[in-house]
Design a protein. Structure first.
Ligand code: BTN
Length: 251
C-alpha cells in the first residue's frame, strides 16, 4: 500500500498498484472481506485478466495503456435509497475530468461516458448492503487513455481524440481531483446539485429518444432516475421505470 501526497481524508491517499489481477473490483471485494480495507483506497492495475463490465459484460483494455482502477468507499449512514447519488457523483466527476481535457462528453444512463457517440469510460459500482444502508461500495472505473485500436467496438480514447499524451499517473491525479470534489457534494448531501449536473449531461434527458424494450422499439422522453436507480421514461401512454437489463438505447 502506497500513500500519495493527497490528504488522508481524500480518495486516492492510499493506493494499491498491481501489475496483473483478475479484476480490481474483485481485489477490492477481498480487501473488504479481510476487514483491512480503508475508505478511499484506490486499487490500480496495469492489466486485468477478467475485467468486468455492466450487464455481465467483460471490460477489455490493452495492458498498460489505460486507467483501470477501483475505489473502496465506506460511508457512514448512507441509505440505499440514496445510491443513485453515488452514481451521479462518479459520472459527474468523469464529465468534469473530460471537460478539463476539452472533451464535450455525455452520460448514457446509468454511467457510460461517451465522446462523439463513442465510449471513453465505464463504471461498475458494486454496493454491499447492511439493513437499509450501503455499508461499503466498490467503484470500478475504466478510462481509455492511450489505446488506439478498439477493433469493432464503438470506443475511443483520449489519445485518439488528440486530447492527452500525459502519463497515466498524471491523468489519474486530475481525475481524482474531480472525484473528490463530487464526493464532497455527496458527503455534504448536496443532492440537488449532484442531480442537476447529472441531468445536464445525460443523453436524452427531456428529449425524444428511442429504445428497445421487450424486443420492440419505443419512443420516449427521459424524466429522471427513481430511488432504486431505475430510469424513468415517459412513453406514449404511460410513465415507466426500467432497470439496466430491461432496455437498450438506440442511437
Ligand atoms: C462498463 O462500462 O460496462 C463498466 C466497465 C467498468 C470497468 C472497470 S475497469 C476497473 C474495474 N474492474 C473491473 O473489473 N471493472 C471495472
Amino acid at each position: 500500500m502506497l500513500a500519495s501526497p493527497l490528504p488522508e481524508n481524500q480518495i486516492g491517499h492510499f493506493q494499491v498498484r498491481l501489475s496483473r489481477v483478475d479484476s480490481t473490483n474483485n481485489y477490492a471485494a477481498n480487501l473488504l472481506k479481510s476487514g483491512k480495507a480503508l475508505s478511499g483506497t484506490v486499487i490500480l492495475a496495469d492489466e486485468q485478466t477478467n475485467g468486468r463490465g455492466q450487464r455481465d459484460t467483460s471490460w477489455q483494455s490493452e495492458p498498460g495503456m489505460n486507467l483501470q482502477f477501483s475505489i473502496i468507499w465506506i460511508p457512514n449512514g448512507f441509505g440505499i435509497q440514496q445510491q443513485r447519488f453515488l452514481n451521479f457523483a462518479v459520472s459527474n466527476a468523469l464529465i468534469d475530468f473530460l471537460k478539463k481535457k476539452n472533451q464535450p462528453a455525455l452520460i448514457k444512463w446509468p454511467n457510460d461516458i461517451l465522446v462523439l457517440g463513442k465510449k471513453i469510460a465505464g463504471v461498475l459500482i458494486e454496493n454491499q448492503i447492511q439493513g437499509q444502508d450501503i455499508s461499503s461500495s466498490i467503484i470500478g472505473i475504466g478510462i481509455n487513455v492511450h489505446q488506439k485500436d478498439f477493433g469493432a467496438l464503438p470506443a475511443t480514447s483520449l489519445s485518439l481524440l488528440g486530447a492527452d499524451f500525459q502519463p497515466l499517473e498524471e491523468i489519474l491525479r486530475t481525475f481524482l481531483f474531480c472525484l473528490n470534489e463530487q464526493m464532497n457534494h455527496l458527503t455534504n448531501q448536496n443532492f440537488e446539485e449532484l442531480e442537476s449536473a447529472y441531468f445536464q449531461n445525460l443523453f436524452g434527458f427531456e428529449k425524444e429518444i428511442f429504445f428497445e424494450w421487450k424486443e420492440k422499439t419505443h419512443a420516449g422522453k427521459i424524466l429522471g432516475v427513481d430511488d432504486h436507480g431505475k430510469i424513468q421514461i415517459a412513453m406514449k401512454d404511460e410513465i415507466r421505470c426500467f432497470g439496466i437489463k430491461e432496455i437498450k438505447f438506440l442511437f
